[in-house]
Design a protein around this ligand. Sequence first.
Ligand SMILES: NC(=O)c1ccc[n+]([C@@H]2O[C@H](COP(=O)([O-])OP(=O)(O)OC[C@H]3O[C@@H](n4cnc5c(N)ncnc54)[C@H](O)[C@@H]3O)[C@@H](O)[C@H]2O)c1
Length: 281
Amino acid sequence: MFQKNKTKPTMSYNLLKGKQGIIFGALDEHSIAWKTAERVHAEGGNIVLTNAPIAMRMGEINKLAEKTNSQIIPADATSIEDLENLVTRAMEILGGKLDFVLHSIGMSVNVRKGRRYTDQKYEWTQKGWDVSALSFHKTMQVLYQKDAMNEWGSIVALTYMAAQRVFPDYNDMADNKAYLESIARSFGYFFGMHKKVRVNTISQSPTPTTAGKGVKGFDGFMAYAEKMSPLGNATALDCANYTVSLFSDLTKKVTLQNLYNDGGFSNIGVSNAVMEAFIKD
Ligand SMILES: NC(=O)c1ccc[n+]([C@@H]2O[C@H](COP(=O)([O-])OP(=O)(O)OC[C@H]3O[C@@H](n4cnc5c(N)ncnc54)[C@H](O)[C@@H]3O)[C@@H](O)[C@H]2O)c1
């Protein structure tokens, strides 16, 4: 007689067995990069973790390194020198070229210091752009020039839909994300043509992390997105899982894409749940 397999389905499928790479941006356990590192490790991947030296002072990342059996190399992602050191050392530690890289970095000084979009301090605008957008180009340029990626490797950066549509309090980060997404396409062309490496961005739902909660009115905004999205907001873990699929061999021909991981929010005009708030009687 047919016996149904009653063992609990496991979340891990060894999708990244034998693969290795760098994960930027794990600040604490809420970070999307943190969840991604845990999932990549569970799927058999080997990782080098990195973050800005200033973020290391919190010491949280050591816990993640222990959990995922990985080493940490500090790097300010705006510094070519730091990035060169990171990529060289990561290849030494991992014993070869890289199969995946996650860019999970964002910061706006204008947002942090409460300057509105109509009253920017441009030094801060430039700093935020360098950290949040140009750092992706710098990272890829270092990887490209050092020929650090294996063929059929995968590079992913995280973005938000304010690159396409207006979300007033997202401030200058909207412009940074538009720039970041464009870099993914432009550099993705060269990486595809010359190195057989794919480059994509994941456009993620609002997620309660340090960077996310820094945006004015974040809680209301998250609740609104939840009510608008047929599948609800995507969590940090959902994003980590999607990233694993993009690092795996199951998505080899997906490149130059901005991929929405948002429960359907980006294609919704209005939902009944949101309409109810406006219907009288
Ligand atoms: N949280 C959200 O609602 C949301 C939604 C869509 C996209 N994203 C994007 O996801 C990514 C990860 O953010 P998160 O939400 O996990 O928040 P987070 O605050 O946990 O992560 C942001 C990371 O950027 C790092 N960073 C800042 N300056 C840096 C520098 N100079 N060099 C290297 N690293 C630096 C920080 O140390 C931190 O680890 C960002 O690109 C963010 O814009 C977030």
